[in-house]
Design a protein around this ligand. Structure first.
Ligand code: GLY
Length: 429
């Protein structure tokens, strides 16, 4: 069987790597892929990004299954286009992907179906939004309605920050938010205290299989300080998701969401990522939904997955996920992201990368922003450049192994956090 993975980041390198391990998979194409997918055995990059051209390729090459990595092609309707041509693809339709692509849609959905989340109001008028923030006080959360590559959420600790976020999101748009129909809109919601975790499931529209739990580190700096990024590291499992919290998340958030989407006539097929806030009493609430796998959560989840990933996604596209079962490595997986100089504000590209070690049974370097030049040199080409992932008997062992594996890797201006997993290490020494 031939498989196609759409995307070019660390998540897609990992997806392609895992799919290539299936006995039934002969070739994995990655469109457009990166330097890592160009170098990894069994993977082949194809320089295509347009949905029509991707569907032409899938038809021509008799691709058995296409898997979509990032949110942008989902929001653009790539799944609808493939399905209209009778091509098997795993991901949500454009309508279902609104759970991520429109914060206003997602909050209204949660309210309608009684799914626990923060109280909120939606605004298109800046004066009304400013007045609301003044009345509510800080801390408060301001979210752009449309996709913004992870930059559309401001957790404002002061009123001044909240007012500035409203002006940015409803005005000049320096964050480059992709506005939905009707123009710029913000969701303003109350601040939720607690610990965050990533809860990702696979759904065929009706049935659900939960993946292992994970947590990521969104801030650029050690001690979870500085600006937000796409994620500077992650680990799995997440100790904060105890068996009791897990059961509550499934019962109160995941199952009502899948059932609610089906009832609303837009069944959700794909990876559903609930970003959770878990309070001191173990009460989970939804911070946001993503309609895709997390990055870099995918790297740690698929390091731990022992089952055949291709078989799982074939079940998910056949509507028979209830027949699938998942087996996980009981060890901890941890990934440390190496980012480019200037990330997240203005990442520098074109730095030569050297020293990437060969994979072992316990450690693997997944590429994110890398490319091969005409001379075969590996260059940085994005904000997050590499993810160094490792397995260990404990969080500490996985952490030590990942940092040790990273040691020979060099590129000018590389920045990484030294404390990935610190919260889990504190909770479970
Ligand atoms: N790591 C966060 C995300 O994928 O959205």
């Amino acid at each position: 069987m031939k498989v196609l993975v759409i995307g070019n980041g660390g998540r897609e390198h990992t997806l392609a790597w895992k799919l290539a391990q299936s006995a039934r998979v002969q070739t994995v194409y990655v469109a457009p892929g990166n330097g890592g997918t160009a170098l990894e055995g069994g993977l082949h990059n194809v320089p295509i990004t347009e949905p029509d051209a991707l569907a032409d390729f899938a038809e021509r090459e008799r691709i058995a299954l296409t898997v979509v990595g990032p949110e942008a092609p989902l929001a653009a309707g790539v799944v609808d286009q493939f399905r209209a041509r009778g091509l098997r693809i795993f991901g949500p339709t454009q309508a279902a992907a609104q759970l991520e692509s429109s914060k206003a849609f997602s909050k209204a959905f949660m309210k309608r179906h009684g799914i626990p989340t923060a109280d909120y109001e939606t605004f298109t008028d800046a004066a009304a939004a400013h007045a609301y923030v003044d009345a509510q006080g800080a801390p408060i959360v301001v979210k752009a309605d449309g996709l913004a590559a992870g930059k559309g959420v401001v957790v404002a600790t002061t009123l001044a920050e909240a007012h500035a976020a409203i002006d940015d999101m409803l005005g000049a748009n320096p964050l480059g938010v992709q506005h939905n129909a009707g123009g710029a809109r913000v969701v303003i919601e109350s601040f939720m205290a607690g610990e965050e975790a990533s809860f990702i499931v696979v759904s065929d529209g009706h049935h659900v299989q939960a993946l292992a739990t994970s947590q990521d580190h969104k801030r650029i700096g050690d001690g979870d300080t500085g600006p937000n990024t796409g994620g500077m590291g992650a680990y799995s499992p997440a100790p904060v998701v105890t068996p009791n919290v897990h059961a509550r998340v499934m019962r109160e958030i995941i199952q009502p969401t899948i059932a609610g989407m089906a009832r609303d006539g837009i069944p959700f097929t794909g990876f559903l990522y609930a970003g959770l806030m878990i309070d001191a009493h173990g009460r989970p609430r939804t911070v946001e939904f993503n309609a895709r796998l997390g990055d870099p959560e995918t790297q740690v989840l698929l390091m731990r997955l022992k089952s055949d990933f291709f078989e799982l996604l074939m079940h998910a596209t056949d509507g028979t996920l209830d027949k699938a079962s998942l087996e996980w490595d009981r060890r901890v997986a941890l990934v440390v992201v190496m980012a480019a100089a200037g990330y997240p504000a203005a990442p520098r590209k074109g730095d030569v990368i050297t020293g990437i070690p060969k994979p072992t049974a316990e450690a693997h370097v997944f590429h994110a922003g890398t490319t091969l030049d005409a001379q075969g040199r590996l260059l940085s080409s994005g904000g997050r450049v590499l993810g160094v992932a490792a397995l260990g008997e404990s969080v500490l062992e996985a952490q030590q192994r990942a940092y040790e594996f990273m040691r020979p890797i060099q590129f000018a201006g590389a920045q990484w956090r030294r404390d990935i997993g610190h919260r889990a290490i504190r909770q479970r020494p």
